[in-house]
Design a protein around this ligand. Structure first.
Ligand code: C2E
Ligand code: MG
Ligand code: MG
Ligand code: MG
Length: 283
């Protein structure tokens, strides 16, 4: 009987893996088609100066709705694009569309853009970004690139070269999701970051958990010492803002200030004077 149960488990497990593999391949094929057709869209989430609540820039977040699969989360399709070798094409499509959209924004606002780990291993990445900026006429001084620590690990020398090339033309570099994953303080010593984004995991528990409070304060002290700006991610409550300002955190981002919106709605929001003070694009 134990044998039969054991065998049963193996069969179920294999079938589940097979189903998962099939779904990934379906997503991959649909994504290839969507990228070729230019159907993945950048959405934009405001990043604010916490003390004044003015919008200072927007983070680009990829959105994709397939006619059969429906809306697919970037948390699902970005890793598949990475694994199946579509990320560079996908990334260029999103950056081009985002830079075109951001051309219509007030000059003072920056555009922030996520790079995937595998793009920091690919020495073409720097040139691809620069040529998109050239073609769209978007100033590198208004662009920020967000990278995660995992992007620095597989080939640190390659990542360092790409980061140096980007910074040379005035692009700023942020360390995203700081405090989660493969964190090492050594990386803050080895790589020159302009900004550090404190992961939502700490921000969401800053009000009710002493360890999170101490961790955030320590990160902010470190940012100050290293000359980096800090941005708190995932702010959802007013009370979190007060706490973060009290601790000296300059930047913030989260549903409280605005959810990611498409290019059109972002522009309508900005033309109405949004971003002068706290005014959420959607509510
Ligand atoms: P991320 O770069 O850390 O982006 C922040 C994520 O947190 C976004 O999820 C955003 O919608 C979500 N978020 C923002 N404010 C709040 C909040 O107040 N509460 C909560 N619960 N969530 C909030 P999203 O758009 O699903 O993206 C997930 C991840 O997918 C991103 O994490 C990023 O790693 C990746 N991603 C998205 N777009 C791109 C892209 O164009 N290229 C690359 N390489 N990665 C992307
Ligand atoms: Mg990000
Ligand atoms: Mg983040
Ligand atoms: Mg995050």
């Amino acid at each position: 009987q134990a044998k039969r149960a054991g065998r049963g488990v193996v069969v179920v497990y294999t079938r589940e893996m097979e189903e998962a593999a099939k779904r990934i391949t379906r997503i991959e094929q649909a994504l290839r088609r969507a990228v070729a057709a230019g159907e993945v869209e950048p959405h934009f989430q405001p990043i604010v100066d916490l003390a004044t609540r003015r919008v200072v820039g927007f983070e680009t977040l990829a959105r994709w709705t397939d006619r059969d699969l429906g809306e697919v989360s970037p948390a699902v399709f970005i890793p598949i694009a990475e694994e199946r070798g579509i990320i560079s094409q996908l990334s260029q499509l999103i950056l081009r569309k985002a830079a075109e959209a951001a051309q219509d924004w007030p000059d003072g606002l920056f555009l922030s853009f996520n790079l995937s780990p595998s793009q920091l291993v690919d020495q073409n990445t720097g040139l691809q970004i620069l040529s998109i900026l050239e073609r769209t006429g978007f100033s590198p001084r208004r662009l920020e690139i967000e990278i995660t620590e995992s992007g620095l690990m597989s080939d640190p020398a390659s990542a360092a070269r790409i980061i140096a090339d980007l910074r040379r033309v005035g692009i700023r570099v942020s360390l995203d999701d700081f405090g989660t994953g493969q964190s090492s303080l050594g990386r803050l010593r080895d790589f020159p970051f302009d900004k550090l984004k404190i992961d939502r995991a700490f921000v969401s528990s800053v009000l009710d958990d002493r360890p999170s409070e101490h961790i955030i304060r320590a990160i902010l002290a470190m940012c100050e010492g290293l000359g980096m700006e800090a941005v708190a991610e995932g702010i959802e409550e007013e009370a979190q803002v007060h706490r973060l300002v009290e601790f000296g955190c300059q930047g913030g981002q989260g549903y409280l200030f605005g959810r990611p919106c498409d290019a059109e709605r972002t522009l309508v929001y900005l033309r109405r004077g949004g971003g002068q003070a706290w005014q959420s694009p959607v509510h």
